[in-house]
Design a protein around this ligand. Structure first.
Ligand code: GDP
Ligand code: MG
Length: 372
């Protein structure tokens, strides 16, 4: 993609332009001094002078998102993408049970033998439309990921137990979602309990700005029993409704970008990372930079443990092939070629090492003051 004119190349090599023109002529290329040379021609000439071409990387290696945006092709081919949903709420109000219940309902409805494996996220299909659920605790998804600049959630389900009402972590969850400008759907859980009091939940949430539609507000409340699997279908319907209004779009035809959901070191497979593709399509073999790591996508496994060759927008996949373990919330971007991915990955990791050292000494100073 980079080019130089004959004159510029001559200057860089410390030669006369006429000499370069002559060489090009010998190579069968008729050129003038202002002619732009492509990468191949530049490399040929340089090789002839015994000079190795070191490509300058002009992008800011600290910001993968900027790179991604700069590389948006003309006439973006936008199409609808599934919503990415997180579940938040006070401890013991039923987040895990709800996630299990949603997955269970759909797995039994879906194809047989779908062994769910834990990769930190999963997808279900409702009325022919996909929904992606992040399986990581909602708070972690918001705090860690947002702290690292990743916005992965399109919508959040706030779980409130009908027998317990609004609790400190409920309020915290509301604040996180509001700060991130993520729409909230309230799941009033544990409706099967005799002590369930959904009116109280609505009353208390109204005080925090979540007013039910029946009361003139615009927050959707869905009564559910995660334990008994009741109300799940309605909840999924509401998710799709909110998603439709949000008009979530992506371009499946471009190179992929997205975020790390979780990552760890596996004894046999090396670095294993669950990525959420947020735009574009990720393929086996793609050269990739993930946070401060890089590599080629070696193998991809989906949320039901099947090997896949590609993953489109809003799809979670587990990949191997990275040189190191990235962190949850890190961004990833696919590059045109492996060489660029490696260069950028390496400079990012050395930049991070420098930052780390600075950070450490700063922390040490802070500690010193704390002790005084
Ligand atoms: P989390 O901390 O928010 O993930 O809550 P869990 O999903 O672990 O649920 C906490 C407890 O509440 C467990 O004992 C669940 O079985 C129970 N629970 C969750 N949902 C329901 C429900 O709809 N009805 C009843 N009766 N119990 C529930
Ligand atoms: Mg839980």
């Amino acid at each position: 993609t980079e080019s130089l004119s004959v004159g510029e190349l001559a200057k860089k090599l410390g030669r006369e332009p006429s000499e370069i023109i002559k060489k090009l002529f010998m190579l069968g290329v008729m050129a003038t001094i202002n002619q732009e040379l492509d990468k191949d021609a530049i490399e040929l000439i340089c090789a002839d002078y015994g000079v190795e071409v070191e490509e300058e990387i002009k992008i800011d290696v600290t910001d993968l998102e900027v790179y991604f945006e700069q590389n948006e092709e003309d006439g973006a081919d936008l199409s609808e993408r599934p919503p990415v949903v997180t579940i938040m709420g006070h401890v013991d109000h039923g987040k895990t049970t709800l996630l299990d219940s949603i997955r269970q309902t759909k797995v039994t409805e879906g194809e047989a033998g779908g062994i769910t494996q834990h990769i930190g996220a999963y997808q279900v299909v409702d009325n022919g439309k996909k929904i992606t659920f992040l399986d990581t605790p909602g708070h972690a998804a918001f705090t860690t990921m947002r702290a690292r600049g990743a916005k992965v959630t399109d919508l959040t389900i706030l779980v409130v137990a009908a027998d317990d009402g609004v609790m400190p972590q409920t309020v915290e969850a509301i604040n996180h979602a509001k700060a991130a400008e993520v729409p909230i759907i309230v799941a009033v859980n544990k409706m099967d309990k005799p002590t369930a009091n959904p009116d109280r939940v609505m009353q208390e949430l109204t005080e925090h700005g979540l007013v039910p539609e029946d009361w003139g507000g615009d927050t959707i409340f869905v009564p559910v029993s995660a334990l008994k699997g009741e109300g799940i279908d309605t909840l999924l319907e509401m998710i799709l409704l909110v998603a439709e209004v949000a008009e979530l779009k992506a371009n499946p035809k471009r190179r992929a970008m997205g975020s790390v959901i979780e990552a760890q070191l596996d004894k046999g497979r090396g670095s294993v990372a669950t990525l959420l593709v947020q735009d574009g399509t990720l393929h086996i073999g793609d050269p990739i930079v993930v946070g401060n790591t890089f590599g080629r996508v070696r193998a991809m496994v989906n949320d039901i443990g099947r090997r896949v060759k590609e993953a489109g927008p809003s799809t979670p996949v587990e990949i191997t092939g990275l040189n190191d373990v990235p962190q949850a919330g890190d961004r990833f971007v696919v590059f045109e070629d492996e060489k660029t991915a490696r260069q950028i990955g390496e400079s990012r990791s050395s930049a991070a090492a420098v930052e780390n050292r600075t950070e450490k000494s700063r922390v040490t100073l802070d500690n010193l003051f704390e002790q005084m």
